[in-house]
Design a protein around this ligand. Structure first.
Ligand SMILES: Nc1ncnc2c1ncn2[C@@H]1O[C@H](COP(=O)(O)OP(=O)(O)OP(=O)(O)O)[C@@H](O)[C@H]1O
Length: 211
């Protein structure tokens, strides 16, 4: 269940490496932090792992998830979940339908699917908010809903690109604790891009400084 990066870097259009080749093993439930100055290639590294690199870029090295080489696999076949800074929920769907959207096809039948969504909402402290319009949620509530939507797909790894930076400082710590605990509990490896040293300390996993 580990995520393994072997000699991984990204080459730009001129063939230059954005950062030194990286070796990293992230164990199940572990959150590795990716830090470094703006523009060094942190988001691009996540894109390389997720399989959605921009056409100008090329990956060098290997990404192995549960021992499987991800080379050539499109993003939707990797089973890797992503969570970005702006917790984007579909505005035309209710909060519950947003969560149901990502729900793994492994859970079948209307009642079972509805129960899984209700349980996830409860777990995220959003019990009873299922019918609401996402626009009526706070930033923190949206962040928690977006995390649950990502996890309901039962990804085999998760990529987090500064998921806490848009949040109210007063709420940030609580939401970070929730996100980290939920990933640990789900037992999947995660990469967290952050500018904040405290995020890396809280994540308590390996720290990779790019650049
Ligand atoms: N789609 C793209 N096409 C071409 N170049 C890009 C593209 N996306 C990013 N870049 C360039 O690639 C480099 C790495 O960008 P990236 O967004 O990965 O950096 P970052 O470390 O995540 O930065 P920040 O901390 O500011 O978010 C930058 O020089 C950027 O301008």
């Amino acid at each position: 269940m580990s995520l393994l990066l072997e000699g991984l870097t990204v080459l730009d259009g001129t063939g230059a490496a954005l950062f030194a080749p990286l070796d990293l093993c992230v164990a199940p439930g572990e959150v590795a932090s990716i830090t470094g100055p703006s523009g060094v290639g942190k988001s691009t590294l996540l894109a390389a792992v997720g399989g959605h690199l921009a056409p100008d870029f090329r990956l060098r090295g290997r990404v192995l998830l549960e021992g499987r080489d991800m080379a050539g696999l499109p993003p939707e076949r990797r089973g890797i979940g992503v969570l970005f800074q702006e917790a984007v929920l579909f505005p035309h769907l209710s909060v519950a339908d947003n969560l149901a959207f990502g729900l793994t096809p492994r859970i079948r039948g209307r009642a079972a699917r509805r129960a899984a969504v209700a349980q996830a909402l409860e777990q995220a402290g959003l019990g009873g908010m299922g019918p609401r319009d996402p626009a009526t949620l706070s930033g923190g509530q949206r962040a928690r809903a977006a995390l649950m939507r990502t996890l309901l797909a039962e990804p085999r790894a998760v990529l987090l690109d500064e998921p806490f930076s848009g949040l109210d400082p007063a709420r940030r710590e609580g939401i970070r604790a929730f996100v980290l605990a939920t990933i640990r509990e789900a037992g999947i490896p995660a990469l967290l891009v952050t500018h904040d040293r405290e995020d890396a300390v809280a994540a308590a996993g390996p720290v990779v400084a790019l650049g």
